[in-house]
Write a protein that binds this ligand. Structure first.
Ligand code: NAD
Length: 320
């Protein structure tokens, strides 16, 4: 089969493209290289069945033409990272809503199966944890632009659902919780690559706020495994699945863990949110995934512990 991966030069997209090729599929990777990097695809240069197109997913004729030649689309292209959303809010909103609408309409036109990359941001600050697929969205004021990413992905989920009902779009949605691993860029507000990079250089590790906010991290290989399991099971069409890791950790403890695993002399430095982010930021204190639906329906189980994941990121960064 032949698949289009939007955001294909990005962090998750490049790992997904590799896996699809290893399974014997052809892959067309589309990316405007805004946060993605050609370097992420260097293992794939010259690989049979792989092609890269540098372009914008808002370019409707381009998407139409690419979609007309594939059996399915993994729609991962998006503007993300808290820093990027706050710095370029409107551009991000347009990419994350219109980009999906254009891809969905083309998928409907050509009968391509569709994977939508959604997010745990959808649940906002719902205090009831862990978060299951049917959990409520508890979102802050629209005057805080950081919530626009959550809003955009929620609209995307509604769009695929509507086109499923009205036009028979075959889709499945993966809601990623913090996904981490080699190739993730730290520049847009992603915490783990930032911490590991600082630890390797023995530079201060900056913890935003008091560090009591917690997250659960999932290795990108486990996330890609989850994507493939839900995408290639036709009985799951029309469903949304949480895809996330197992160990909940406070960010202050994560900094200590990174220092220990890397064997670093880094000191931990507290940075007030107002100094870390542009205006419009609001923290979410916990984000714990309930992945029982994914486990029950597909037999998925994560293979990487948090420590393995930190080591893997360290190994990658030391080779850069
Ligand atoms: N990494 C995570 O923890 C996480 C969590 C929740 C959801 N997600 C979702 O997973 C998907 C992949 O995220 P990622 O972590 O790989 O981030 P990423 O930034 O590495 O990937 C997104 C890719 O989309 C590309 N892109 C952005 N705008 C584009 C446009 N207009 N046209 C073409 N390409 C464009 C970027 O250049 C980038 O390569 C995104 O949809 C994101 O919202 C990721």
């Amino acid at each position: 089969m032949k698949y289009l991966v939007t955001g294909g030069a990005g962090f998750i997209g490049s790992h997904l493209a590799e896996k699809l090729l290893a399974l014997g599929h052809e892959v067309v990777s589309l990316d405007d290289l805004s946060t993605g990097r050609k370097d992420n695809l260097k293992n794939l240069e010259g690989v049979n069945g792989f092609s890269f197109v540098q372009g914008n997913m808002l370019d409707e004729p381009l998407i139409d033409s690419l979609m007309s030649k594939v059996d399915g689309c993994f729609h991962l292209g998006a503007a993300l990272g808290v820093k990027r959303i706050l710095e370029r809010p409107y551009e991000s909103l347009v990419a994350n809503t219109q980009g999906t609408e254009i891809a969905v309409k083309a998928a409907v036109k050509y009968g391509a199966k569709f994977f939508l990359a959604s997010t745990s941001e959808l649940y906002g600050k719902n205090p009831k944890q862990p978060l299951a697929e049917a959990s409520d969205r508890v979102i802050g004021s629209p005057q805080l632009v950081r919530w626009a990413y959550s809003e955009a992905k929620a609209i995307d989920e509604s769009v695929v659902q509507m086109f499923h009902q009205s036009h028979g779009l075959k889709f499945v949605t993966g809601r990623f919780f913090n996904t981490v691993g080699p190739r993730q860029a730290g520049a847009y507000g992603m915490v783990l690559p930032r911490f590991v990079a600082a630890a390797i250089k023995n530079e201060p590790i900056q913890v935003y706020g008091d560090g009591s906010q917690s997250r659960v991290f999932c290795h990108v290989s486990d996330a890609v495994d989850g994507i493939l399991r839900i995408f290639f099971d036709d009985s799951l069409v029309g469903e949304a699945f949480n895809i996330g890791g197992e160990e909940e950790i406070m960010i202050s403890k994560l900094a200590e863990r990174v220092i220990r695993i890397v064997g670093s002399n880094s000191k931990i430095e507290s940075v007030a949110y107002k100094d870390a982010y542009a205006e419009g930021f609001e923290e979410t204190m916990r984000r714990v995934p309930d992945t029982s639906k994914l486990r029950k329906e597909t037999g998925w189980t994560p293979k990487y512990s948090l420590d393995d994941t930190i080591r893997d990121i360290e190994k990658y960064l030391r080779l850069q």
